[in-house]
Design a protein around this ligand. Structure first.
Ligand code: ATP
Length: 307
């Protein structure tokens, strides 16, 4: 099977800041660290490192940053011909990180916002029954809906990670086979609910399988038969949680759809992959390597499943 990731890719520039910028003031920051960013690129990268066949369909600009992204992702085994090259600046984020690890982000999203619903047919023309489509919250709402609807109509499994979150995404639920979200996102769709109750409500709202990540408490999932599965987080010392959700999502989908592991085993694999990411700084450099993912996907049988 092939995975199609229709999402964003950009350049992240991360700067250590002793204080936040205030109106009218200048702050001095550490040397920027530059890497590829964008949830689409991140999740595609983890899927690829897990050995899956992946097409990352992502808009980049016809500029030096776009060429750099293309070259770097080619080196990771992703096919640059899948990228959409637009006559505009590649998307980028400026990320200020405070000494306590908190961050503030300013993003340019012109490329991601320029993909129209009418483009979806051509972009996904090679997707076919048996494939899977993975999307995040960075593209236009109507474009995301059109892509999920096209996939459903072709018998393609749909996976949606509603990040950055938007309450309007809840109209997508009948189009979503697998929803992977974190506690804050779940809280927007189902306010004031305990995790298990939130999952059951999302099921009633039309989602197929729901996976909820709970930070250092691990993750839970509700299968189609209404059974609840749990995996504890690995007991690691987290130094930077950036990318934990993308690492989790990529590894989960690789295990569940790619390696056809059961839901509980896949949860366990995903928490292991994410635990590696939180022990390293950065995003791409913090994702598990191919050999780490081999170990995880081969040795993810330890699982806690609870009804
Ligand atoms: P992020 O936005 O930081 O990428 P997220 O908010 O989308 O992450 P979380 O629920 O915080 O998602 O984390 C995803 C997964 O990462 C968790 O399910 C867990 O497996 C792992 N994880 C997160 N924090 C820790 C931690 N402190 N120790 C071990 N594992 C962790």
């Amino acid at each position: 099977m092939r995975f199609w990731v229709l999402g964003n890719a950009g350049v992240d520039e991360t700067m250590a800041a002793a204080q936040w910028p205030q109106p009218g003031h200048t702050i001095i920051v550490g040397a920027p660290e530059r890497d590829i960013g964008g949830k689409g690129a991140n999740q595609a990268l983890v899927l690829r490192r897990a050995g899956c066949a992946v097409h990352l369909v992502a808009p980049i600009g016809a500029d030096a940053e776009g060429a750099w992204i293309s070259q770097e992702l080619k080196g990771e085994g992703l096919e640059p011909t899948d990228f959409i090259v637009l006559p505009r600046a590649t998307d980028r984020s400026l990320i200020f990180v405070a000494p306590d690890g908190e961050n503030a982000i300013a993003s340019v999203v012109g490329c991601a916002a320029s993909i129209q619903p009418a483009d979806v047919d051509a972009l996904l023309c090679r997707i076919e029954r048996g494939d899977a489509l993975l999307m995040q919250g960075n593209l236009r709402h109507d474009t995301t809906e059109a892509a999920l609807a096209l996939a459903k109509a072709r018998g393609v499994r749909t996976v949606f990670n509603p990040s950055p979150v938007d309450i309007a995404f809840r109209t997508f639920w009948p189009l979503v086979d697998i929803l992977v979200l974190n506690r804050e996102e779940a809280g927007l769709f189902v306010p004031d609910a305990e995790p298990e109750a939130a999952l059951r409500q999302l099921r009633r709202d039309g989602v197929g399988i729901i996976v909820l990540t709970l930070g250092r408490e691990g993750a839970i999932a509700l299968d189609r038969e209404g059974r609840l599965h749990r995996a504890s987080a690995e007991p690691v010392i987290a130094v930077d949680t950036t990318g934990a959700g993308d690492s989790f999502t990529g590894a989960f989908i690789a295990a569940f759809l790619g390696a056809q592991r059961d839901l509980g085993t896949s949860l366990r694999a995903a928490t292991k992959a994410a635990s590696i990411t939180v022990t390293r700084r950065g995003t791409r450099s913090a994702f598990p390597t191919e050999s780490e993912l081999d170990d995880i996907l081969g040795a993810s049988a330890r699982i806690v499943a609870a009804d």
